[in-house]
Design a binder for this molecule. Sequence first.
Ligand SMILES: [Zn+2]
Length: 109
Amino acid sequence: MPKTKKVGPTRGLGVRYGSTVRKRYIKVITELRKPHKCPNCGFVRVHRESVGVWKCHKCNFTFTGGAYTPATKLGIVARRAAKGLVPEEVTKEAAKAASVEPASEEETE
Ligand SMILES: [Zn+2]
């Protein structure tokens, strides 16, 4: 009777590093291994070429992104900032920091 061997992203790791780390590793690895949507042609054919480098196998569009996902929240903000557009959240935060007066004062009679 053949012994069933569990295979998954953590094969090779064995029982090392602890279950919490292995679970986290599985989450990251499955995320980077699944195909992602191409920002150029819209097809879900983007695969990771290298750390932070993503390539679409449909239109050969190569772009940089996060190490484990093609788009990171920080990357989107950075791209907008590079275009000269200030992200809304940042503007709000700056406005909040700039105003010394309390924003909402009840003025009911
Ligand atoms: Zn593409």
